[in-house]
Design a protein around this ligand. Structure first.
Ligand SMILES: [Zn+2]
Length: 172
């Protein structure tokens, strides 16, 4: 219940591991998460369609057969903090970038440009390519005629979740 009230689902397993908890879902919790999953499913479709089934940060668009795989609808303002299930509060993100967004490594700044925290460190080519090189790039999507992330939700994330100062934009 604490997890549901205060944190997005993408962080639950990591938090439990950190404090050494194993979760056994109670029947009530299962009912709750069932209701929640249904809410999320509608938002998921709207957000993934708005972003044309591509990660808004890196453009990843993997499918297995016809089914998108590794793509998720992220809440910008966390659901636990009054974030609505709405396209204006959503981003289509790949699993890696969803996790990094919820951990405050990535954010969205003015002009819908990607923010990368100075606190993030990674020396491998993969860390550079998938994270550091994103600094200052414009978001991928949403398609014309759909609503981008509302400034109020973007600001909430920038102040409450994003970690420290953003890195300067990397030269292309
Ligand atoms: Zn991505």
């Amino acid at each position: 219940m604490l997890l549901d009230l205060h944190f997005p689902p993408s962080l639950h397993s990591e938090l439990c591991e950190t404090v050494g908890l194993e979760l056994e879902p109670s029947p009530e919790a299962e009912q709750l998460s069932g209701a929640r999953r249904q809410r999320d499913r509608r938002m998921r479709e709207l957000v993934l369609t708005a972003y044309e089934y591509r990660c808004a940060f890196c453009g990843y668009d993997g499918r297995i057969g016809a089914v998108p795989v590794g793509l998720e609808a992220a809440h910008v303002r966390w659901w636990a903090f009054g974030g609505p299930d709405d396209v204006e509060n959503g981003l289509c993100l790949c699993s890696l970038h969803h996790k990094l967004f919820d951990r405050g490594v990535l954010g969205v700044g003015d002009g819908r440009r990607i923010l990368v925290s100075q606190g993030f460190v990674g020396h491998s080519p993969a860390a550079h390519q998938h994270v550091i090189a994103l600094a200052g790039r414009p978001l991928v999507g949403p398609q014309p005629g759909t609503r981008p992330v509302a400034a109020a939700h973007r600001d909430w994330h920038a102040h409450q979740v994003f970690h420290g100062e953003p890195r300067p934009a990397t030269a292309a």
